[in-house]
Design a protein around this ligand. Structure first.
Ligand SMILES: *[C@@H]1O[C@H](CO)[C@@H](O)[C@H](O)[C@H]1NC(C)=O
Ligand SMILES: *[C@@H]1O[C@H](CO)[C@@H](O)[C@H](O)[C@H]1NC(C)=O
Length: 357
C-alpha cells in the first residue's frame, strides 16, 4: 500500500473516531454538558425561529373571534384497558388510547400521550414552560395529539408544520388536593428510575383540564424538548388548574433522571425549557381582553365618574337646547301677540324667558 492509501485510511479512521454520534444517541439534559443552550448543536431545529415555550405578553396578543372552544373527544371514555405510565428520564409520560382526540381546530387530531414539566423549589419557584407576562406557574401539563387527517401516524406528523396539536395547562398550587392528578401522582413511586414503566388504572383525562376550554392562547411553535420540531399548534388555556402543595412536592422530589443501574442518582427536577424568542409570530386569543378581564376598583371608579360627568354634561346641553327653543317660541309668540295686543302683555312675556335663562 502506497503512502497516499495509508494516509486516506488514517484519515478515515480519524473521522470515525471524531464523528458526532447520531442525534438519537445523544443524551440531552436541561443543565450540564448537553443542556438547553447546547441543544441546537445536536438538534438544529432547537435553534429555529418558531420555538416553544414562549412568554405570552397579554397586551401584545391579538383577539381572533374565529377561535372556537377546543373539544376533547373521548377523554372521558377511558375504557377498562389500563394506561401505561413511564419515566423516560426527562418526564413522566402517559400513553393515550387512539380513540381520544381533539376537535375545534382546522383538522381532526388524535391523542398520543401526555406528560408534565415541573421545578424544584416548591410553590412560586417556577416549573411551567410557558409564562404569562413573565410569570411562571408551578408546573405544566401537555396533552400531545397528531394531525390524523393529514398524516398516518405520530412519527410522520411530528416533523410537519401543522402536524401536532398540544394542549398546555398551567398548574398552580393551593390548599385543596386535586383528586384527578392523584391518578398520576399516586403511581410515580413505581417509576422512580428512568426507563421504568407501570400499568395504571385508566381514568377520565378530561378531569385534568380546566373547566373553561373556550378561553385560550393560540400560536405556532415547537416541541419543547429535542429534536424541537417546529410542528406544534399550541393551545395554552387561560384558566389554570390547581393542585395541593403536597402534590407538587411529590411531583418534584420522587423521580430520578438516572437509570436504576446508574451509580449516581440524579433527581428529575426543573425539566422545563426557558422561554424562546417570539420573533415575528403573533399570539392569538380566543377571548377579548375587555370581556375577560376583571375590573379593578380604580377602573370601576373611573368608569362611574366618567359616566356621571357624561350624564351631567348631556343634561346641561339638553337643558340649554330646551331653553333656546322655548325662548324663540316665546319670541315668536310675542311677535304674534304684539300685532293685536297692548303694551302690558308684551312686557310680561318678554320678561319670562329672560328670567328663566
Ligand atoms: C408512519 O407512516 C409512515 C408513512 O406512511 C411509514 O413509513 C412509517 O413506517 C409509519 N411509522 C410507524 C411507526 O407506524
Ligand atoms: C400558523 O401557520 C400557518 C401557516 O404556516 C398559518 O396559516 C396559521 O395562521 C398560523 N397560526 C397561528 C396561530 O399563527
Amino acid at each position: 500500500m502506497d503512502s497516499l492509501g495509508l494516509f486516506i485510511l488514517l484519515m478515515l479512521g480519524c473521522f470515525q473516531w471524531t464523528a458526532a454520534p447520531a442525534a438519537e444517541e445523544i443524551t440531552w439534559t436541561y443543565t450540564g454538558l448537553v443542556g438547553q443552550s447546547e441543544w441546537s448543536e445536536y438538534f438544529p431545529d432547537c435553534g429555529g425561529t418558531s420555538q416553544s415555550p414562549i412568554d405570552v405578553v397579554t397586551t401584545q396578543t391579538k383577539y381572533d373571534p374565529s377561535l372556537i372552544p377546543v373539544i376533547p373527544l373521548g377523554y372521558s371514555q377511558h375504557g377498562n384497558k389500563p394506561f401505561t405510565l413511564y419515566n423516560n428520564g426527562h418526564t413522566a409520560v402517559i400513553e393515550l388510547p387512539e380513540w381520544m382526540g381533539l376537535e375545534g381546530l382546522p383538522w381532526l387530531f388524535t391523542a398520543v400521550q401526555m406528560h408534565l414539566h415541573w421545578g424544584s423549589g416548591g410553590p412560586s419557584h417556577g416549573g411551567s414552560e410557558h409564562t404569562i407576562n413573565g410569570l411562571s406557574a408551578d408546573a405544566e401539563l401537555h396533552v400531545v395529539h397528531y394531525n390524523s387527517e393529514l398524516y398516518p401516524n405520530m412519527s410522520a406528523a411530528m416533523t410537519q408544520r401543522d402536524g401536532l396539536a398540544v394542549l398546555g395547562i398551567l398548574i398552580v398550587t393551593g390548599e385543596e388536593t386535586n383528586p384527578a392528578f392523584n391518578n398520576i401522582i399516586n403511581y410515580l413511586s413505581r417509576i422512580k428510575h428512568a426507563d421504568q414503566k407501570v400499568s395504571i388504572p385508566a381514568f377520565d383525562v378530561q378531569t385534568l383540564l380546566p373547566k373553561d376550554l373556550g378561553r385560550y392562547y393560540r400560536y405556532n411553535g415547537s416541541l419543547t424538548t429535542p429534536p424541537c420540531y417546529q410542528s406544534v399548534i399550541w393551545t395554552l388555556f387561560h384558566e389554570r388548574v390547581q393542585i395541593s402543595k403536597a402534590q407538587l412536592l411529590k411531583l418534584e422530589t420522587i423521580l430520578y433522571s438516572s437509570k436504576v443501574s446508574d451509580p449516581d442518582k440524579m433527581l428529575l427536577q426543573d425539566n422545563y425549557r426557558t422561554t424562546q424568542p417570539l420573533n415575528h409570530r403573533v399570539v392569538f386569543t380566543s377571548f377579548s381582553a375587555e370581556s375577560g378581564k376583571e375590573l379593578s376598583s380604580g377602573e370601576v371608579t373611573a368608569i362611574v365618574i366618567g359616566v356621571m360627568c357624561g350624564c351631567v354634561g348631556l343634561a346641561v346641553i339638553v337643558r340649554f337646547i330646551v331653553k333656546t327653543i322655548r325662548f324663540f317660541t316665546l319670541l315668536h309668540h310675542e311677535t304674534v301677540v304684539d300685532e293685536g295686543a297692548g303694551e302690558s302683555k308684551r312686557e310680561k312675556t318678554r320678561r319670562g324667558p329672560e328670567l328663566d335663562l
